[in-house]
Design a protein around this ligand. Structure first.
Ligand code: NDP
Length: 252
């Protein structure tokens, strides 16, 4: 992993940045000299990220499903770090269960983290961005929003909601200089998902079979797309969804 002693160019918040795709986004940002505030729940994972990335990486333990704590969380970050240029809403949870077994509580739990917390955090961060007339918010959705995936009802609903919310935010916030976009990953080989696929060759072959590029993506592939949205090169790009999925979204 890369550490740098150069001064920061921008400040970003990345939720769920201590593992999987989020960790790759943090690594990319640190390489690009962006001071990166990582929000997660697991203190051990946060500690490892801090050790790996050094001074430009700031870690904050917070359970984002605690909505009432979000305004104070962002207020504290603002007091300590000032202007926030970038927010990446990456934290997300999933659950696989047959449709009729999903309880109201299951459904609400997934929607709380994957949608409501994204809304609440974005709202508070936008208050920080507004005085500067500039900001970039990148939400991580999923190819699940394109398909009906069996036994993944709440997650699929949540990721479709994220894409709709991103577009609504873009229409309202773009005139104030704040761009909002989505990256929709396909099959990405994180440590956890790779293990699950290796233990289930049938599932793995099915996933590869519907991916025109015939291979899984890496967290770094997603990180590159996220980073693009935060750059000058994307200054006229808002309200979009960029699939990073080896062609899955074509739906062949
Ligand atoms: P991981 O499970 O590896 O990472 C999820 C991260 O979210 C963890 O770091 C976790 O932190 C954090 N998180 C979850 N709930 C909360 C919470 N309530 N408060 C704070 N942090 C929380 O998943 P991935 O890296 O695979 O996924 C990242 C994103 O990409 C998700 O939004 C997912 O839906 C999306 N995605 C992933 C795909 C894949 O193939 N991997 C495909 C499509 C989309 P902690 O451990 O500290 O709780």
């Amino acid at each position: 992993m890369t550490q740098t002693t150069a001064p920061a160019t921008k400040t970003a918040i990345v939720t769920g940045g201590a593992s999987g795709i989020g960790l790759a986004i943090v690594e990319k940002f640190i390489q690009e000299k962006i001071k990166t505030i990582v929000i997660g729940r697991d203190e051990e994972k946060l500690k490892s990220a801090k050790e790996a990335f050094g001074d430009l990486c700031i870690t904050v333990a917070h359970d984002l499903s605690d909505l009432s704590g979000i305004p104070a969380l962002v207020e504290k970050i603002t007091q300590e770090h000032g202007r926030i240029d970038i927010l990446v809403n990456n934290a997300g949870i999933n659950m696989k269960k047959p449709f009729v077994e999903v309880t109201d509580e299951d459904f609400q739990r997934i929607l709380l983290t994957n949608v409501t917390a994204v809304f609440a955090l974005s709202r508070e961060v936008v208050k920080n961005m507004l005085p500067y007339g500039e900001g970039s918010i990148v939400n991580i959705s999923s190819m699940a929003s394109q398909y009906g995936i069996p036994k993944v009802i709440a997650y699929t609903a949540s990721k479709s909601a994220i894409e709709g919310m991103t577009k609504a935010m873009a229409t309202e916030l773009s005139p104030m200089g704040i761009r909002t976009n989505c990256v929709a990953p396909g099959f990405i080989a994180t440590a956890m998902s790779a293990k699950a696929m290796d233990n289930d060759p049938e599932r793995k072959n099915k996933a590869l079979g519907r991916t025109p590029m015939g291979k899984f993506g890496s967290p770094a592939d997603v990180a590159e797309a996220v980073y693009f949205y935060t750059t000058e090169g994307a200054k006229y790009v808002t309200g979009t969804v960029l699939p990073v999925d080896g062609g899955n979204a074509i739906g062949f």
